[in-house]
Design a protein around this ligand. Structure first.
Ligand SMILES: [Zn+2]
Length: 282
């Protein structure tokens, strides 16, 4: 399905018999057919047979002809015959990108809704607003919109070498480009320079925007940049980063999966080198 979502808060008009796509989450796991490759689309009776109840329905918009909904499940299915709950990370790795994009959005909305039931200012219950994706306090009117955390991710090169690092949280042996949260009061460019200095001890220049990617764990927006080494040798803090090195494109370590913007930044550099010297990489 090469469709993209037409987002909406309230149900858009389409044919009466238009199909629905249900993105049903129990915590961080999505309800799928047993094969793990298709969304489970239960009718009313099947929801009952599965012993599933949901407390809220969030309309997401239309993809192709199908109305898309996000629902939080209170419990796991009683009878797992024919269905499976699959971790969102593995869903992103294995399913079609049109589905995974909406699945990421659905997870973020469900997570935001679940964690904004009460006002952070006065503690009273919040209720959903009708005209926009927001929740409002029933007493003091304070509004909360879905939360987004901007994270910069940056590819630093030195001539034909790439700076790759690993944190203690990444899978064994895997290296990637540097990334970190943007802090209040910072521009994105300042965040890029600070992160590279903090994590690798290096000054950079020629910072350029590359692209972005929503990353729903649980509400990040990855903003990608490229930059060039200006001064300094690698110096790591040993906490956030446990190892970092300069790598040539012929000797790259284990890399993150192709869906991540970190990998796209690395692949783009490899292509660039290959285009420059076609004989070098075959
Ligand atoms: Zn309040």
């Amino acid at each position: 399905m090469a469709n993209t979502l037409r987002p909406a808060i309230r149900r858009l008009e389409t044919r009466e018999d238009a199909p629905s796509l249900w993105f049903a989450f129990h915590r961080n796991r999505l309800l799928l057919h047993r094969d793990g490759q298709e969304l489970c689309v239960p009718g009313h009776e099947q929801w009952q047979a599965l012993g599933l109840e949901y407390s809220a329905t969030h309309y997401l918009g239309v993809m192709g002809a199908a109305h898309c909904y996000a629902v939080p499940l209170a419990d796991e299915p009683v009878d797992c015959d024919g269905v499976v709950l699959q971790d969102l990370r593995s869903v992103l790795l294995t399913m079609d990108s049109s589905i995974t994009g909406v699945a990421g959005l659905a997870f973020q909305i469900v997570h935001w809704d679940r964690t904004h039931q009460f006002c952070g200012q006065c503690g009273q219950p919040m209720e959903a607003m009708l005209e926009e994706r927001a929740r409002q306090c029933t007493r003091c009117d304070l509004m909360f919109f879905p939360r987004l955390c901007p994270v910069i991710i940056v590819r630093v090169c030195r001539g034909e070498e790439l700076l790759l690092a690993r944190s203690p949280h990444t899978p064994p042996g895997m290296y990637s480009v540097l990334a970190g949260f943007v802090e209040p009061g910072e521009t994105l460019e300042e965040a890029v320079a600070r992160e590279v200095m903090e994590e690798a001890g290096i000054s950079i220049g020629n910072v350029r925007y590359f692209g972005s990617q929503p990353w729903p764990f649980p509400h990040s927006l990855m903003i990608g940049f490229t930059a060039e080494h200006e001064a300094g040798e690698i110096r790591i803090d040993g906490k956030e980063i446990e190892n970092a090195n300069w790598y040539s494109v012929e000797s790259l370590p284990k890399l993150p999966p192709p869906i991540s913007i970190g990998r796209r930044l690395i692949d783009d550099f490899v292509r660039h080198i290959k285009d420059r010297e076609p004989s070098r990489l075959g």
